[in-house]
Write a protein that binds this ligand. Sequence first.
Ligand code: AKG
Ligand code: FE2
Length: 358
Amino acid sequence: MATSSILDLGTKPTRSVAVSSVKELANLKSIPSSYVHPTMTNCEASDSRPDDGSIPIIDFSLLVSDDPDERSRMIEELGKACRNWGFFMVVNHGVGVDLMQAILDDCNEFFNLTTEEKLEFQGKHVLDPIRYGTSFNASVEKSYFWRDFLKAFVHPLFNFPNKPPGFSELANEYCSKIRRLTNELLKGISASLGLEPSYIAKALNLESSLQIFITNYYPPCPEPELAIGIAPHSDHGILTLLIQNGIGGLQIMHDGRWVEVNPISNSLLVNTGDHLEILSNGKYKSVLHRAVVNNKATRISLAVADGPSLDAIVSPAPELLDSEENLAKYRPMKYKEYLVAQQSNPISGKSALDRVRI
Ligand SMILES: O=C(O)CCC(=O)C(=O)O
Ligand SMILES: [Fe+2]
């Protein structure tokens, strides 16, 4: 058994307890001290407000409609959502409800495999194409997240665990649909920036886009107010499309406050990533988000993140720059290097972007 995801819990008795997943901790009465998260003990930073219905909603069927007026209206809405929120819900997206339910069921089945079976998929390096693990990057973290995860690079090459039976086939189907949807959303987003619809796809070489399947497992936590499922961060790619098993927990930062996301049923939740911020020269900022935990029910989420090709060197679109008011705010960097840096360090807000910020 490799040591990288065996956590030393720092419990009071001197003998430390090693676990390879939080699923194994779900029966505790209190959380080990190593799971008390600093962002949660600071009341001001942990305070959140309910979603009051103001999160933008994008009707995908209108974005691809034959009616040019409907399309322009949705492109405008998409631009506003990216500029003001970095987050929106997509409805009428054409990804079947049955498929969404089935893939979430399979994610649950994966986490129900024995520890030994799951550890077969434990990656050792952040670029390993399949990685099962716990927390975020347990080898560099001081306090752990109440979260187990499976990450798989599913495009341009499809890598996936071979169990439970049928999971891989279903994931392939789901991720292809999400990729098509993402590409259409990016056409609209390009247009909303005043660029050719295919601009982003060409600039970031999306034919070989890195698509990552990330499923998160947050079991009930005995002291949810002290622990965090995943600490505040932005995603490194362009867009992430997320679904969940009906249990809430995702929060996004908006106007300086955490907003609890209450998804419209069967919608897909979309957030903008760091590489859209870089390409748009800061017009569309990546959104800070986090997942909180509860003491009642297991939450499962599935985030499918699309990013540039690993070899793409990304910089602000020259069409959005000039020599006066719109100087470049980010330095060019190869996506692969950005990804390794972000994933190798403890997660910390939007600190990965600081490496390229001018
Ligand atoms: O579980 C969630 O709602 C958020 C997960 C997330 O932010 C991530 O996997 O990057
Ligand atoms: Fe995220």
